[in-house]
Design a protein around this ligand. Sequence first.
Ligand code: ADP
Ligand code: MG
Length: 326
Amino acid sequence: MKNIIFYCLLFVTTIGNAQKTYTQTLKLMGSRFDITVVAENETQGNEYIQLAIEEIQRIEKLISSWDPKSNTSKINANAGIKPVKTSPELVGLIERCTKISQITDGAFDITYASMDKIWKFDGSVTEMPSPEKVKASVSKVGYQNIVIDKLNQTVFLKKVGMKIGFGAVGKGYAADVAKKLLMRKGVKAGIINASGDMNTWGIQPNGDFWEVAITNPKDKTKAFGMLPIHNNAVVTSGNYEKFILINGKRYTHIIDPRTGYPAHGLSSVTIFAPKAELADALATSVFVMGKEIGLNRINQIPNVECIIVDDEGNLYKSNNILFNKL
Ligand code: ADP
Ligand code: MG
C-alpha cells in the first residue's frame, strides 16, 4: 500500500564502472516486493535477486501464522500449555518485539493477534461493536505474558488462547535479512521495497543517493518533496488501504491493543531508521500513540526520525529531519 506515498526513482545508467540497476517485482509474504540490486550484468543481477527472494521466503516460513508447521504456529498452538523450542532467530525477533512494546507502553504488541476478530476488513462490519465486546476482545492481549527462555531457546505464551502475529514487523524484518545477505554477498547497492517499506544500501551507479518522494496521502499528485536515503530504511503505516467505514468514519486495521479500538487521528506515519524492522514496528506504534506521544517518543530515540500526517492533512516531523520543505 505504501507505494501510494513512496516510490523510488531508479536511474539505470552505465556511468562509472558499468554497473547497472536490475529490478524484479513479485509477491512475497502476501505483499508486493520490488527488489533492486546494482550489478555488473543481468545474469549477476538475477542471481542476487534470487538470493533475496529465497531469504524472504525463509522468513515467511518462520513467522507465518497460517502455516501450521511454522515455529510461530507451534508457539500459538501451545499457548497456556507448554514452552516451545524455537530457533534463536525467532526468539530474538520476539524479544525485540517485546522491547518495542515496553518503550511504547504497549501501543505495539505482537499478542494483538489473539484479539477476537470484531473488526473485519471485508465489508461485513457496518456498525460499531458494543463497548463490552470491544473490551472482551483484548482479554488475552498482553506482551507481559510472553515468557522467553533464552538459555533453553523456548517461548511460552502464558494464557490459553494467546497468539502472536508479525503483521506489523514481518515485512521490515524480512527486508533487513535480505539486505544483510546481499551485502554479505558483495552487492554494493540496492533497495528492498516491500510495498513501499524501503530498505536501501549503497548509492546509485551514477553516484547519487537513492531517493524517496514524500507525497500527501490526501493528494498523491502533490509531493511534499524528495528525500535522499542512504543505508537506511523508510517505512509508512497508513489508514488509507485497509479500513472499515462506519457512519462515514474511517477505522483502520491498526488496533490499540490496550483498548481494542482502531487507532485514530492520523492518516500516515513515516519512520526513518537504520533498520526496517525497527522502522516498521515504530510506524505502527506511532500510529497508535498519536502525534504528541509518538513524536515525543521518536525524539528520544537516536537515529530514528518521523513524519506524521494527521487526518486534517497537517504535517508534523521529529526534531532532526533536516529538510526545510517539509
Ligand atoms: P501494513 O501491514 O499496512 O504494512 P503495519 O506495518 O502498520 O501496516 O501493520 C499493520 C498490521 O499489524 C495489522 O494488519 C495487524 O496484522 C498488525 N497490528 C495491528 N495493530 C497492531 C498493534 N497495535 N501492534 C502490533 N501489531 C498490530
Ligand atoms: Mg509496521
